[in-house]
Design a protein around this ligand. Structure first.
Ligand SMILES: Cc1cc2nc3c(=O)[nH]c(=O)nc-3n(C[C@H](O)[C@H](O)[C@H](O)COP(=O)(O)OP(=O)(O)OC[C@H]3O[C@@H](n4cnc5c(N)ncnc54)[C@H](O)[C@@H]3O)c2cc1C
Length: 313
């Protein structure tokens, strides 16, 4: 653990874009800020090669962008504690106890920015080729498939909407649906099926994706007959987008917040939850667009709101 503070004004759980943006704003407002991060600082974005949609930075690696978020906050006085938070309690006096796998921390205000995790579907090669042909975000990675073929896995609303979005780049979009019908509303499905670039493999699952450094080979299973078959393509000529839902990481604060329809935390426009002193920012919130820019914006508001809260105590 790097030097932690005995009693910071605000503890921020999660060192991704939302957490460090909150740290920048809270530290500049002269709060003592402690960020608790369980892994590599930078959050999800640190796992991707290229980011091309963070305004004012035309192109940057995800790892560098994540590192810059951390460096900026620490240059302003925020401290990072490398530990996993295992429990969060609000005490009778209104302060928060944050239990980690190493220590117990206390502060009068808390910002939870634990992010969200895209749900995986579990085919062989899904982990190995994540970021090298397997993607969970059309807004992030669609551009990289200009003129290429893409497979979209999923039968819900997100899969249909994202399949249509991907036709802006891809030469061909094949939607792979586990069952013999979509779960998405009929209007959305009809609109998608009317798109000449989109075709559907019904009652089908991807069971394996392979290749060299990039994908070159997919194995499908026909779920009606159990039969499997393979398709080969030149390496790097196609991608697989998985849209099986997103899980906001809310478990630590389940009894302190209300959740929205997507499982994310409901806040007001100041990022305040129903528990006084507890703010949430970034992908952990209920929201329509989970991106670095929206996470950072949430973080800025939460950092400022924590300052207002602590000053008024
Ligand atoms: C492969 C990929 C590519 C992407 N590409 C883009 C892109 O090009 N452009 C774009 O704008 N967005 C992109 N995104 C989305 C973007 O990364 C997220 O929207 C953004 O990172 C959300 O920031 P966040 O701070 O809310 O959460 P996260 O980035 O998820 O950060 C949460 C942090 O909290 C930590 N944490 C969680 N639980 C605990 C705990 N119990 N104790 C301690 N720490 C904890 C995690 O380790 C993590 O570091 C991409 C996402 C992925 C997965």
């Amino acid at each position: 653990m790097t030097d932690t503070m005995d009693y910071p004004d605000v503890i921020i759980v999660g060192g991704g874009p939302a957490g460090y943006a909150a740290a920048v704003y809270a530290a500049r407002a002269s709060l003592r800020v402690l960020v608790v991060e369980q892994g590599m600082p930078g959050g999800q974005i640190a796992t991707t090669d290229e980011v091309e949609n963070y305004p004012a930075i035309a192109k940057i690696s995800g790892a560098e962008l994540g590192q810059r978020f951390q460096e900026h906050a620490e240059a302003l006085g925020a401290t990072t504690c490398y530990a996993m938070v295992t429990e969060i309690r609000r005490e009778d006096d209104g302060t928060f106890t944050v239990v980690t796998d190493q220590d117990e921390l206390k502060a009068p205000s808390l910002i939870v920015a634990t992010g969200a995790t895209p749900r995986t579907v579990g085919f062989e090669g899904e982990d190995t080729y994540r970021g090298r042909g397997v993607s969970y975000c059309a807004t992030c990675d669609g551009m990289f498939y200009r003129g290429k073929k893409v497979f979209v896995i999923g039968g819900g609303n997100a899969a249909c909407e994202e399949a249509m979005f991907l036709t802006n780049f891809a030469s061909e979009v094949v939607v792979v649906v586990r069952r013999d019908q979509f779960r998405a509303p009929k209007g959305v499905v009809d609109r998608m099926l009317a798109n000449p670039k989109i075709s559907v493999k019904y009652a089908t699952s991807v069971v394996k994706a392979e290749g060299g450094s990039l994908l070159g080979h997919v194995t499908f299973r026909n779920n009606a007959t159990g039969e499997t078959y393979e398709e080969d393509y030149p390496e790097g000529s196609f991608g697989i987008f998985v849209f099986a839902g997103t899980k906001p990481e809310t478990d630590l604060i389940a009894d302190l917040v209300d959740l929205g329809p997507d499982g994310g935390v409901l806040t007001d426009e100041n990022m305040a939850t129903k528990t006084p002193g507890l703010f949430c920012a970034g992908d952990v919130r209920t929201k329509a667009l989970r991106q670095v820019i929206t996470a950072a914006a949430d973080g800025a508001i939460a950092g400022n709101a924590a300052y207002q809260y602590v000053s008024a105590r």
